[in-house]
Design a protein around this ligand. Structure first.
Ligand SMILES: [Zn+2]
Ligand SMILES: [Zn+2]
Length: 114
């Protein structure tokens, strides 16, 4: 009788799955998204942990004249806007790409590659 019960149980599980398949799949993929989000966040933390220090280094490099903040965005060449230093690689604090806010945001949204 135990075997019968198990079979019945398995069948009811299958029925449950068939009925709620979409729901279950949505939950599963939401879970995956969550995991991915956590991974991204971990990576982000690792990458940006040194950010304040790096920005200080950039600031002092500008003060010393080692870095020059240009007047225009190096992507769209717009002037008269705030130009920000963008880092492709935070391990190279003085390798800065100068971008206007619009291009900078686009770069971070991966719409533009500099
Ligand atoms: Zn720009
Ligand atoms: Zn940036």
């Amino acid at each position: 009788m135990a075997a019968q019960e198990t079979a019945a149980h398995a069948a009811s599980q299958r029925r449950y799955y068939a009925r709620h398949r979409d729901e279950i799949n949505t939950k599963r993929s939401a879970n995956k998204d969550w995991r991915r989000w956590l991974e991204t966040r971990k990576l982000w933390k690792r990458t940006y942990r040194n950010k304040p220090r790096i920005h200080r280094q950039v600031y002092w490099a500008i003060q010393r004249g080692e870095l020059v903040r240009p007047e225009s965005c190096s992507h769209c060449h717009r002037t008269g806007c705030q130009i920000m230093g963008h880092h492709e690689d935070y391990s190279k604090p003085l390798s800065v790409i100068w971008l206007c806010q619009r291009c900078h945001l686009a770069v971070h949204r991966h719409e533009v590659i500099v």
